[in-house]
Write a new protein. Structure first.
Length: 116
């Protein structure tokens, strides 16, 4: 399970990404495609067209860090519903990285207090 501070947001890039891209070109995609600040400390998730590779870019105090995973079999499935704005929860990201098809899961009704 991922343990991230509540202030960290996770953004999913909906455009298939060339996995040959590295730090600077992914940071440029964060600005141009996602419309966010790559220096914010948030996580930015990129997936290739086939869906068998994922890169996660984030700024770590003194430089970019890049996490990369390639599946030998299967694909990463990210939700199309619930993250229309391209944002994922840490639980959704952890489930997708662990092989759970989060499009098929349902969330039970819970109380949620709107922040004022």
């Amino acid at each position: 399970m991922l343990s991230l501070p509540p202030s960290v947001r996770i953004f999913l890039c909906r455009v298939p990404t060339d996995m040959r891209r590295s730090f600077d070109s992914l940071a440029l995609m964060v600005e141009q495609v996602i419309g966010a600040d790559p220096y914010s400390g948030h996580l930015f998730v990129f997936r290739n067209r086939r869906g068998d590779r994922v890169k996660i870019l984030y700024w770590s105090r003194d430089g970019y860090a890049l996490w990369y995973k390639r599946l030998e079999k299967g694909v990463f499935r990210f939700a199309s519903k619930g993250c229309d704005d391209g944002e994922l929860s840490a639980v959704e990201l952890a489930m997708a990285l662990d092989g759970i098809d989060i499009r098929e899961t349902t969330r039970g009704r819970r109380f949620f207090r709107q922040s004022v």
